[in-house]
Design a protein around this ligand. Structure first.
Ligand code: AKG
Length: 286
């Protein structure tokens, strides 16, 4: 018996590679999370940058709570069973009137994980729609194997290497994922997806949580993850602690070590060494 998804939603995920919209919290709770992010940004003097956009659930207690949100984790359990890790998180923030975009890609390309049992819960903290650079996907592409990608390092591409699929994408097939704050989409790690710039007057903010069953392993280096449900009998990842308060100095140090190691996996084979490297754009996300 599924915990939260309907059988139709489960079938849609496995059939299309994506299912949405799924409400996981009231709009007011999403607004509160946005408010906390923006309160931090105000104090910090500008938008969240560099490594602070990655694994942010280790820095802020309200994101530590979000990755463990029962509605979200129940949906992941409906797809991948009861033993679950949050492998990483990434903020995808597109500022108002900004050229930032995400090229067509499969998430699996550089993540170094040994099997494609990975699902992203993309949580809308603002509306995300055709008017502000919502994500789109090509249904059914998750059933393909790994497709070759080329690295572009394009200036406004939010992906680590500006990677894009090296084959023609039939954009006429694309489906736009429109979400209201507090709703999420779930997409498969092999799904071809991307998003255009945000020409609107407000920021478009998504928080992408990458979940894996504990059986998945990292094969490109040492890595860590957060156990969000069940037991980890596989021990493929060092388990991460839960922050009790925001920007706890011990967690800031740990987060720096973890994101540096994580960046070495994602940027392997390139000149870039960390998310804060000048060659890496400060708002790159995944
Ligand atoms: O937020 C976006 O527009 C793209 C997000 C994305 O590529 C992802 O979550 O894998």
């Amino acid at each position: 018996m599924p915990k939260i998804l309907t059988q139709a939603q489960i079938d849609q995920f496995w059939g299309d590679g994506c299912v949405f919209p799924i409400r996981v919290m009231p709009q007011a709770d999403a607004a509160e999370i946005r408010g906390r992010l923006e309160e931090f940004e105000k104090k910090a003097g500008g938008p969240l940058k560099g490594d602070l956009r990655h694994k942010s659930h280790l820095l802020f207690s309200w994101l530590g709570d979000l990755v463990r949100n029962d509605n979200i984790v129940d949906a992941i359990e409906d797809l991948y069973g009861p033993n679950l890790l949050c492998w990483t998180t990434n903020f995808f923030i597109k500022e108002a009137h900004n050229p930032a975009f995400v090229s067509w890609h499969q998430d699996s390309t550089y993540w170094g994980l040994d099997k494609p049992d990975v699902v992203t819960a993309w949580i809308a903290l603002t509306p995300s729609n055709k008017g502000n650079g919502a994500m789109g996907f090509i249904p059914g592409t998750h059933t393909k194997d790994q497709i070759p990608h080329r690295d572009t390092f394009a200036q406004n591409n939010l992906l680590t290497r500006g990677q894009e699929v090296a084959v023609e994408v039939d954009e006429r097939q694309a489906v736009t994922i429109e979400l209201e704050p507090g709703e999420m989409s779930l997409h498969h790690v092999r799904l071809v997806h991307g998003s255009p710039p945000n020409p609107s007057n407000d920021r478009r903010i998504g928080f992408a949580i990458r979940y894996i069953p504990t059986s998945v392993a990292q094969i490109a280096g040492d890595d860590s993850a957060t156990l969000v449900r069940g037991v980890d009998e596989h021990h493929h990842f060092e388990l991460e602690p839960r922050p009790g308060r925001d920007m706890d100095p011990q967690f800031v140090t740990l987060h720096k070590q973890i994101t540096e190691r994580n960046a070495q996996i994602l940027y392997r084979g390139t000149q870039v060494k960390s998310y804060n490297d000048p060659k890496a754009l400060p708002d790159r996300a995944a």
